[in-house]
Design a protein around this ligand. Structure first.
Ligand SMILES: [Zn+2]
Ligand SMILES: [Zn+2]
Length: 359
């Protein structure tokens, strides 16, 4: 078996810290692509596992970007040297996948959270460490992905920056553009102005939504929300969120995106919705339900985005100056991964991105 030496940040116990270890990665298998990572974003799902543990030693990371090192013999359209952004994985063969709805994949959970390939095997050679998180495990210098979670991108923009697009930003922008399909003059409230929420603010502005109301408890993030397109902000620590929203819109709001995972905010989101409105939760706490007056509460996965078309769209909008997501990013050396996680948890840094090169 041919293997490749990789450096990877391993989570051995819940609570961390992550330790960078040398592992051997096999492959790629015939349908896999070996990617040499340039960078990886850190997303809240990673931090949830760091805090809670995975029950076995694992490599996290699901916002990778890098260069194709080698493509398996059955992989078409990707060759060594191609620049790629990695996103979530789908099975590719179930009903929803065949209808180009990978976000509804019947095997979505095991594909992304199974810490193995879909056949149950693992690419780390003779190791107790498990990978394949979101079909990548990108807190490493190399990873195995498949065409289903690889997005080929132009070489013009730095991969370090593009790493931020694979999950959180896609989810926020996708919810507004693909699910709400928000139109000019429709109102939008965003609970939690972290990476997902700020991507939604920018997407709302692009589509002409208004008012766009950002709600958070970190003044610095509220200030950034105003700069990126929010027309109003609410500090929910010292203002009553529901009455402020009603005061701003004169009634209620057409759409709510809740990124907080907070039950009280979830309650408020149903309270402030206009008839026919939609409240989307990205944290998995809310169950889908129909509310009176044609209102709906829905649970959202990846903003119903097909990464291979939506990520290039976000890159185009960035180049046009309409989606300035670089304003959310702060870079860290891979070896400072624990520091980057702490900064993200404190709310000081919105989207930490680890640089792998030379590490
Ligand atoms: Zn599927
Ligand atoms: Zn994520």
């Amino acid at each position: 078996m041919r293997t490749h030496k990789v450096r990877a940040a391993v989570l051995r116990d819940g609570g961390g810290p992550l330790k960078i270890e040398t592992l051997e990665l096999e492959g790629p298998l015939e349908d896999e692509v070996l990617v040499r990572l340039s960078a990886s974003g850190i997303c809240h799902t990673d931090i949830g596992f760091v805090d809670g543990g995975a029950g076995e030693p694992v490599v996290l990371g699901h916002e990778g970007a890098g260069v194709v090192e080698e493509a398996g013999e059955k992989v078409k359209g990707l060759s060594p040297g191609d620049h790629v952004v990695l996103s979530y994985l789908s099975c590719g063969s179930c009903g929803p996948c065949k209808k180009r709805r990978p976000f509804d994949c019947e095997r979505l959970f095991e594909a992304n959270f199974g810490f193995s390939r879909l056949d149950g095997s693992n690419g780390y050679w003779r190791s107790d460490v498990k990978g394949h998180f979101f079909g990548q495990s990108s807190f490493a210098t190399m990873c195995l992905s498949t065409k289903r979670n690889i997005v080929k991108v132009e070489k013009e923009l730095p991969l370090e920056l593009l790493a931020a697009l694979g999950c959180g930003l896609q989810t926020g922008a996708g919810t507004v553009m693909n699910i709400f399909k928000i139109k000019k003059g429709q109102s939008l409230a965003i609970f939690g102005t972290g990476a997902v929420g700020l991507a939604a603010v920018m997407a709302g502005r692009i589509n002409g939504a208004g008012p766009i109301i950002g709600v958070d408890i970190v003044p610095k993030r509220l200030k950034l929300a105003l700069e990126l397109g929010a027309t109003h902000v609410v500090d929910s620590r010292d203002e009553d969120t529901a009455s402020r929203i009603k005061a701003v819109t004169g009634k209620g709001v057409d759409f709510v995106l809740d990124t907080t995972g907070d039950l009280e905010m979830s309650r408020i989101s149903s309270e402030v919705l206009n008839p026919g409105g939609v409240a989307a939760d990205v944290t998995g706490i809310a169950s889908e339900r129909t509310l009176p007056g044609g209102r709906k509460a829905i649970s959202v996965i990846q903003g119903n985005s097909v990464p291979q078309s939506f990520i290039p769209k976000l890159i185009r909008l960035y180049k046009e100056g309409l989606f300035p997501f670089d304003r959310l990013v702060k870079f860290y050396d891979f070896r400072d991964i624990n520091k980057a996680i702490t900064a993200s948890k404190s709310g000081r840094v919105i989207k930490p991105v680890l640089k792998m090169i030379g590490k």
